[in-house]
Design a protein around this ligand. Sequence first.
Ligand SMILES: Cc1cc2nc3c(=O)[nH]c(=O)nc-3n(C[C@H](O)[C@H](O)[C@H](O)COP(=O)(O)OP(=O)(O)OC[C@H]3O[C@@H](n4cnc5c(N)ncnc54)[C@H](O)[C@@H]3O)c2cc1C
Length: 218
Amino acid sequence: MTTLEIQRDVPLAPLSSLELGGPAKHFVRAKDESTLVDALRWAADQGLRSAIIGGGSNLIVPDLGYDGLVIQMAMDELELGEGGSITAGAGVPWERVVDAAVEREWAGIECLTGIPGSSGATPIQNVGAYGQEVAEVISCVRVLRRDTLAFEDLEAGDCGFGYRDSRFKREPDRFVVTQVGFTLRPNGPGTVRYAELERSIGRDASITVIRSSPAVAT
Ligand SMILES: Cc1cc2nc3c(=O)[nH]c(=O)nc-3n(C[C@H](O)[C@H](O)[C@H](O)COP(=O)(O)OP(=O)(O)OC[C@H]3O[C@@H](n4cnc5c(N)ncnc54)[C@H](O)[C@@H]3O)c2cc1C
C-alpha cells in the first residue's frame, strides 16, 4: 500500500488545454500502478466517483468542477528496446515518444508529431494524422480493469480500434490504460500517404524530413 497524497479542491482549468472549468473536489497524481489501484479503492470506499485525466488536451471541465476524485496519470517511464520497440508509461508526454522514435529513424509515428497529450490517451481515440494512426504500431496496451482492479495486457486486436475510435472510448468506465507498447520499423519506410505531403517532400523522404515538414509539423 502506497501513501496516497489526496489533495482537495484542486483547480482543473490549468490542467486542461481549454483552461476552463472548476476544481476537482479530490485529486491525486498516480505515478505508478499501485497508487492508481489505491486511489480507485479509496474513491470506492468513500462512495465517490472517479475520473481519469492525462494531458488535458481533449477535456471539457464543467464550471462546477468535479465532485469526486480526479486521477491524473503520471507514470513517466519510457523504455526503448531492440527492433523498434518502445514502452511508454501512460503519463509520458506523447511528443517524447515521437522524439525518441524519430531520433532513431524508427518509422511509424513520424506523422503524429505536435499532437498534444499523454501516451496513455493515444489508444483511447486511436490518435492519428496524415494517414497514420497509433493502432498500426501498437503491440500491447496494459490496462487496469476498473470493475475487478486486475491488470491485463491487451493485444492490438483486442482493442477494437477504428477511425479515432477504440473499445476504450466506447466503454469509458471500464479500463484505465497504464502503459502502451509500440513496435516501430527501424529504418523506415516512413509514411507519405497524403498527396499534399508527397508534393512537398517526395515519396521517399526520411523519417526526420517527414516529421519536420511544414505540412506535418504545423
Ligand atoms: C491543438 C490540438 C491538436 C490536436 N490534434 C490531434 C490530431 O492531429 N489527431 C488526433 O487524433 N487528436 C488530436 N488532438 C486531440 C488530443 O491531442 C488527443 O485526444 C490526445 O490523445 C488527448 O490526450 P490527453 O492525455 O491530453 O487526454 P485527456 O484530454 O487528459 O483525456 C481525454 C480522454 O481520454 C481519457 N484518458 C486519458 N488518459 C487515459 C488513460 N491513461 N486511461 C484511460 N482513459 C484515459 C480521459 O478520461 C478523457 O476521457 C488534438 C488536440 C488539440 C488540443
